[in-house]
Design a protein. Sequence first.
Length: 277
Amino acid sequence: MPASKKNNKIKSESNVRKARKGRKTFSRKYVYLLVGVVAILLTISIYYLYPFIRTYTLMLNAKYGNVEYPSGEIRGIDVSRYQEEIDWDSLRTSDLQGVPVSFVFIKATEGKDIVDRYFKYNFYKSRMNGIVRGAYHFYSTLSSAKEQAELFCRTVQLEEGDLPPVLDVESIGNLTKDQLQSELIIWLNIVEDYYKIKPIIYSSHSFYKDKLNNPVFDSYPLWIAHYYIDSLRYNGDWCFWQHTDYGKVGGIDGFVDVNLFNGTYEELLDMTIKPAK
């Protein structure tokens, strides 16, 4: 083979090798880039999806008997007719994952004419068993705040050592936000004037933020419901946190709501009704 042809062949083979090497280098860079993009997308997805995954995990664990309670020493429950007849003697000696039941909120009334059928029994037995007690009203948008406040005041005889009355509001119904807020203020004013103590407002985290975002409500003690989270993230003061509806405690068949008080036992007692001067 002539020298010139041999040289051309060598050059051609060299160019082919260079081209192949270039393609390999390009392919390798492309793979690295693709892997990097996927890793970034996975990191972002995990960051944003983790709260939902964690919430779902906590809910499933709770439903199947493995409730994860937040840290805190002053725990309590809230009850209504849904717990049916409670064995208060058993409840008094029971505990919530090693912590005694320090307080209980008991449903008293709903709307303008409903009295919980277990209220009198639960209210009496909780006091007899040395548990700090409170009573709550479940607000209805189907009747006036005045009628509902009057029903609560007729039904509930609060005494020294009881927690302030509670207004449980969970629905806006057919009212506008301004109408709802005006009605709630009427209830709160009537009840505060009657018992001479500021009522507690109970609401879910989202409902309070969206529907009760009015400075007038900031002066009332807040009992906030927010389930299946590791810690309560709320930009404001709160007194009670209802963190699960899958609690279990002796004396109650089935599940019960469990709450955490944001303070010491002495501070809990300091919230209660004092002797009349």
